[in-house]
Design a protein around this ligand. Structure first.
Ligand code: CTP
Length: 397
């Protein structure tokens, strides 16, 4: 999988830098071509001589070679790479990456790189846990960078906890997995709806629901990471997505329906994950409604977006929906699949603990057109997204 791949290995000033030599060796053994870019403090932990002996290439650290004045082009390096791996990544480098502080060759290369970026943090457990580090890692994820989570264990500080750089073997396995699945969905256009819709009553009030959008966002990210061109039609949520996703923000069901109809024309696959409000107030009050005893809000039905798309679906298109049920789960889900002309429906039950709204985990059953069922255990929503994306792949005609 890594044979012939051009990999930039960025090394920073952490005690875990000694593992970078072994990582380099493993990558080369797999047939990759490795170019090391090391920060000035990285060189305090491992010598460029060791690294260049392993890669057969000079290690890049400065913007130019002092005695000859030869300039090292971070732009060319960035374009050369099929992947950039920063291992170990210190809290300081992670912060610089998040904010674009381009004061060394590694960061300028990072900012120029077009290839996927993988970050393997290494630091003390309290530094890793600090809100600043966590916020910076979230920022990197929002750029589409992949974080190879540190492992738990003994740390150089003598403390024990999460912060130890992932072992080189596991970093290599992560990269191999990425390249193996990499472009499975290349050339496919995928549309995902996510989050709630807000139906306005007056300028300050609305009818909404508890959807956080986490499941839909995880699905959109997973399709994108497997090479699909993804459009995410999102209701109001407190989430960010990677820049490779085309995100369309909407508020109401009517807006979501309009955006979905426009996007569906060119989509190969549509996954309807949004918790769309079924009704909207008949009247919108331009001014804030004053309290005056008992009141009634008259509601009118919203369009059923999934059914609207189902009615115009072409044979080559795949349309998937979700069903959130409290009772008669499978019968209700099957009925929704038929009514909306879906190719499959993902059922989650409110009866399941730690599934659905607000949780990071979900437990699903996928029901196909012929009523065939596949049950999945309780998993992290990112893992659930992988199952859904995998299931979808089998349906591509
Ligand atoms: N859906 C939609 N438009 C709506 C309502 C639902 O696109 N106005 C989609 C959801 O995104 C989901 C599926 O239809 O994929 C089922 O949503 P759900 O709320 O469970 O079903 P409803 O059809 O609204 O049925 P009910 O609320 O009566 O259970």
């Amino acid at each position: 999988m890594l044979k012939g791949k051009h990999i930039i290995l960025g090394i920073t000033g952490s005690i875990a830098a000694y593992k970078a030599a072994y990582l380099t060796r493993l990558l080369i053994k797999k047939g990759a071509e490795v170019q090391i870019v090391i920060t000035p403090s990285g060189k305090e932990f491992i010598t460029p001589v060791t690294l260049s002996a392993l890669t057969g290439k000079p290690v890049v650290s400065e913007f130019f070679t002092a005695n000859t004045g030869e300039w090292h082009s971070h732009v060319d390096l960035g374009l050369w790479a099929d992947a950039m791996v920063i291992a170990p990544a210190t809290a300081s480098t992670i912060a610089k990456m998040a904010t674009g502080v381009a004061d060394n060759m590694l960061i300028t290369t990072y900012l120029s790189a077009k290839a996927p970026v993988f970050v393997a943090p290494a630091m003390d457990l309290d530094m890793y846990k600090h809100p600043s580090t966590q916020a910076n890692l979230k920022t990197l994820q929002s750029f589409g960078n992949q974080i190879i989570e540190p492992a738990s264990g003994f740390l150089a500080s003598g403390l024990e906890g999460k912060g130890r750089m992932e072992e080189p073997e596991n970093i290599v396995a992560y990269l191999e997995n990425y390249f193996a699945k990499g472009q499975k969905y290349a050339g496919k256009k995928v549309m995902v709806t996510a989050g709630p819709t807000y139906e306005k009553i007056d300028p300050v009030r609305f009818i909404g629901n508890h959807s956080t959008g986490k499941m839909g966002y995880a699905i959109a990210e997973e399709f994108a990471s497997q090479g699909a061109e993804v459009t995410l039609i999102s209701g109001p949520v407190n989430l960010s997505c990677s820049t490779k996703i085309n995100r369309i923000n909407v508020t109401t069901a009517v807006e979501m329906c309009q955006a979905a109809q426009e996007e569906f024309v060119n989509a190969d696959i549509a996954v309807m994950c949004a918790a769309v409000a079924d009704y909207a107030p008949k009247q919108y009050s331009q001014t804030k409604i004053k309290r005056s005893g008992e009141m009634t809000i008259e509601l009118v039905p919203n369009p059923d977006i999934a059914a609207t798309l189902g009615a115009v679906k072409r044979d080559s298109q795949i349309l998937a929906g979700f069903a959130l049920e409290t009772n008669n789960e499978e019968i209700n889900a099957q009925a929704k699949l038929e009514k909306k002309n879906l190719d499959y429906i993902v059922l989650n039950s409110l009866a399941d603990k730690e599934a659905c709204f607000g949780y990071d985990t979900n437990k699903i059953t996928i029901i196909g057109r012929e009523g065939e069922k596949q049950n999945f255990p309780l998993k992290d929503k990112k893992e659930v997204a992988k199952d859904i994306v995998e299931y979808t792949y089998k349906l591509i005609k």
